[in-house]
Design a protein around this ligand. Structure first.
Ligand SMILES: Cc1cc2nc3c(=O)[nH]c(=O)nc-3n(C[C@H](O)[C@H](O)[C@H](O)COP(=O)(O)OP(=O)(O)OC[C@H]3O[C@@H](n4cnc5c(N)ncnc54)[C@H](O)[C@@H]3O)c2cc1C
Length: 417
């Protein structure tokens, strides 16, 4: 039983928010051509760093007031209240002007649950509370130039030297590494085992002088990705996640949470569809039967994806592990977005490519350019289909010898004994 009723909690949370933040003005119904059309612009690196700092300060304030980890364990500063209190707080917080929570997405949604599940007592004590309090941000160091979808082919190595591990290799596409304090890395610790079996997870210090972070520029103009070079970075053994050579399970914990967050995040984006519908009306296309069919199809598919996402989210709330419905929801989300992009291209034509100054047209460009990335992040479309084929439809696995042979024998570029 919670020691505070949900009504008392609501009063407490509202009183606190009123005392520290300004209320957002009530949002007016969306009208085409009114206000700013800048709704999907990428932040540059300086803006990202500034946002991360502001978000950290806000999170610390919130944590100290008892709203930082409402359903979390008391041991790490949580209140152990039911998840419904968490949801209520989030609904209240959006009514106030507070910093964007984005920099914590990977950190709290993916890496921290992995540290909780697989970290040593020392690591959990050192990081879990500080991550939730926003003193630190964590990034995900999985992908490499030669290992993305086939993550288990990674070649960054960790070698034991007394009580420490020495990590050498390269990671790529690391979101937010430039404002992160620590990272969850998966490295190869045994080259004689099959590829999934010789991996181990670690927590690394991103401020270590032997960690080199280089920005990668995106076609959207932002640079939120990085390539990272680990030049013999020394990591204490108590920063190992899980058992030696059990890194695949550690990675799966993180990836399941990643798919859950992508799948349930914005599957039913009502604001987006309101904007599209207003655009269609503005151009008088709502009289065109073909356009009407396409728009209705988009709205229905977004709605179905949203319901599937809610089904998956309900499962998580009941303490069950997110299953293959996460892959289905992710596929539905990206399919819908790709359809929407096609629809926008047909409707706006050249106005999407060059800024003509006309309100609400070129504003879609970043959204359009960001869509291919969504098809890849958190598991590409093809990989999601493979998962669905194997785990939902019971189709046979892809043939291959690489899951049984020693990794040393299947990777051409790996050191021979
Ligand atoms: C927005 C975004 C954020 C990201 N953030 C991070 C991050 O923070 N940390 C991190 O570690 N990584 C991150 N990544 C990297 C991401 O995990 C990889 O891009 C992804 O796993 C795909 O790997 P890859 O790019 O090497 O492509 P590849 O795996 O080389 O795939 C290339 C093409 O081959 C297809 N393909 C591959 N295998 C199969 C198969 N078995 N069957 C059929 N088709 C196949 C793929 O679908 C794809 O079309 C991010 C990526 C994006 C786009």
């Amino acid at each position: 039983m919670a020691d505070i009723t949900i009504d008392q909690f609501e009063k407490e949370a509202l009183a606190w928010l009123e005392s520290v933040a300004e209320r957002r003005p009530v949002e007016k119904a969306f009208v085409w051509g009114e206000g700013s059309d800048n709704f999907y612009r990428e932040k540059d690196r300086d803006q990202e760093a500034k946002n991360a700092e502001e978000a950290k300060v806000w999170r610390q304030k919130k944590f100290d007031a008892g709203f930082g980890w409402i359903s979390g364990p008391k041991e790490y500063g949580g209140r152990e209240l039911p998840a419904a209190y968490d949801r209520l707080y989030n609904q209240l917080e959006v009514q106030f002007r507070v910093p964007d929570n984005g920099p914590f997405g990977i950190s709290l949604g993916m890496v921290t649950p992995t540290i909780q599940a697989h970290g040593s007592q020392t690591a959990r004590d050192a990081y879990v509370r500080r991550l939730w309090r926003g003193e630190m941000i964590a990034c995900q160091l999985f992908s490499e130039p030669g290992a993305g979808s086939d993550l288990a082919s990674l070649t960054t190595k960790a070698e034991k030297d007394g009580d420490v591990w020495v990590i050498t290799g390269q990671k790529v596409w690391t979101t937010g590494a430039h404002y992160s304090d620590i990272g969850e890395i998966i490295a190869r610790t045994d080259w004689d085992l099959p590829k999934h079996k010789g991996l181990t997870g670690f927590i690394v210090d991103m401020k270590d002088p032997n960690v080199e972070i280089r920005p990668l520029k995106q076609m959207t103009g932002g640079a939120s990705f990085n390539e990272i070079f680990f030049n013999e970075v020394r990591v204490p053994d108590d920063h190992r996640l899980g058992d030696v050579n059990n890194g695949w399970n550690v990675a799966l914990t993180t990836l399941m949470n990643e798919r859950a967050s992508i799948g349930t995040g914005n599957a039913g984006d009502g604001n987006l569809l309101t904007r599209v519908t207003a655009m269609v009306r503005h151009y008088g296309l709502d009289k065109d039967p073909l356009v009407r069919v396409q728009l209705a199809d988009l709205i229905m598919n977004y709605r179905v994806a949203s319901m599937n996402g809610q089904r998956a989210a309900a499962k998580i709330k009941m303490g069950q592990l997110p299953g293959p419905e996460m892959s289905i929801t992710k596929m539905a989300l990206v399919n819908n977005q790709a359809k929407l992009v096609k629809f926008l291209s047909h409707t706006l034509g050249p106005k999407l490519i060059a800024d003509s100054g006309e309100w609400g047209t070129y504003a879609w460009a970043n959204f359009v350019l960001g869509t291919p990335g969504l098809r890849i992040a958190g598991g590409s479309d093809e990989v999601m289909r493979n998962i669905t084929g194997e785990r939902v439809l019971g189709l046979p696995k892809e043939p291959g010898i690489d899951s049984v042979s020693p990794f040393r024998d299947i990777k051409v570029s790996t050191p021979k004994k």
